[in-house]
Unconditional design. Structure first.
Length: 405
């Protein structure tokens, strides 16, 4: 196996664990502890808040220390954290406070893993960045589906078993990152490293100087507020309050969403290089907003699941295109920092989205919150389409995008 294959194994292991966590965490907070809507929002916020606080620092550190090294130790830390919940469950001490502590620790691990893994991608991709992004996304969502499927048995096996499997998957990823490092895929730059603060500000200037990267960041913030907030707050509440569902129903919903993503990514791998990723991003984010809005209007479980599958198909184009734009435009010496800004615009805005959706669900019900979020995302995409030149931007493999203001 070469370094890219080990990188994909590490990515698959992380997202297998992430898929399991998504179901088990939401199940424990929403169904087992029966917390109200606003506290569900706060619990999910605790998972995302460390990204807001640490991810820019993590990107600068990854460029300074090496993304391969940082990915290795951060994923190793993530493999330890599930044992906190296992201990709490074993001793009968599970509570909302324990869930929040777990969420903060796992959020910290994700904040350091994400920019390091994204910075490492270009080194293992060679000249095939867009294809490697698609393969990485395919691993991400395929193994999330597997994670959702496994976690769907949580109410039968108990959360302790699921958390142990989650930890085991993360350990496999640690071994894969170790093998990537053994192949020395990250060359030494030979240049003195700037201070961490200077590294962060240098990355910020690079992102702000690029019209395309600025737009990607803006739409990422909107996606975090309106799409991610619905996914991790409104959807579990709909399962509980509208359909009286279980962990298995929640797992089915998450898996179907990821299946939609995987379906589109497989089609894109057959189509080949997309020369206008900006146009694809705008079209499919807009379609995704319409489908999300529709999903908030149905009262049949399987119609709801079908709408979420279509929503996932739209994301299967939009998400890889936004990542490709950032990966291709990032200077080699700043990749981890640039990708930390990409992740920050999503993860950093995530807490706003979870709180927003938690309180919207309290005021209007979870389905009303979904309709509001779909409408707002559609409005944002229309404004970006008419006020920027991203629609006209053309991109060729290995060439820089035609920038516009």
């Amino acid at each position: 196996m070469d370094s890219r294959q080990y990188f994909l194994v590490a990515t698959a292991a992380w997202f297998l664990a992430f898929g399991m966590q998504s179901v088990v965490f939401a199940w424990l907070v929403t169904i087992v502890l029966r917390e109200p809507a606003e506290l569900v929002g706060w619990a999910q916020t605790a998972l995302l808040l460390p990204g807001m606080v640490f991810i820019l620092l993590a990107g600068a550190l990854a460029d300074r220390l090496g993304p391969d090294r940082q990915a290795l130790w951060a994923q190793g830390f993530a493999a330890i954290v599930p044992w906190l919940l296992i201990a709490a469950l074993y001793m009968g001490l599970l509570s909302f406070s324990v869930m929040v502590v777990y969420a903060v620790l796992m959020g910290c691990a994700q904040a350091f893993v994400t920019p390091a893994r994204d910075g490492l991608l270009n080194y293992v991709a060679g000249q095939q960045v867009q294809r490697t992004v698609l393969l990485t996304s395919l691993c991400q969502f395929s193994f999330q589906i597997l994670g959702y499927f496994i976690a769907g048995f949580a109410d039968r096996t108990g959360a302790e078993i699921m958390l142990g499997l989650q930890s085991g998957a993360l350990i496999v990823g640690v071994l894969a990152f170790y093998l990537v490092r053994q192949r020395a895929v990250v060359p030494a730059s030979g240049k003195p490293h700037p201070s961490v603060f200077k590294g962060v500000t240098e990355g910020a200037r690079t992102v702000m100087a690029s019209a395309t990267m600025r737009i990607v960041v803006i739409q990422n913030v909107a996606m975090a507020c309106f799409f991610m907030g619905c996914f991790i707050v409104c959807f579990p509440l709909v399962i509980r309050e509208v359909f009286a569902g279980s962990s298995q129903d929640l797992a089915i919903l998450n898996a179907i969403n990821s299946l939609g993503l995987v379906t589109t990514i497989l089609l894109m791998l057959r189509v080949g290089y997309v020369s206008r990723p900006g146009r694809a991003l705008l079209v499919y984010q807009g379609l995704g907003a319409v489908v999300l809005l529709i999903s908030g209007l149905v009262d049949n479980f399987w119609l709801f699941v079908g709408a979420i599958f279509c929503w996932g198909m739209c994301g299967g184009i939009a998400m890889p295109m936004s990542r490709t734009l950032m990966q291709e435009l990032a200077p080699a010496s700043q990749r981890s920092r640039i990708m930390s800004f990409y992740a920050f615009s999503f993860m950093g805005a995530g807490p706003l989205g979870t709180l927003l959706c938690g309180y919207l669900s309290k005021l209007f019900g979870p389905q009303g919150a979904i309709v509001i979020c779909g409408s707002m995302m559609l409005l944002v995409m229309l404004v970006i389409s008419v006020s920027t030149r991203l629609w006209q931007a053309e991109f060729q493999a290995g060439q820089e995008i035609q920038e516009g203001t």
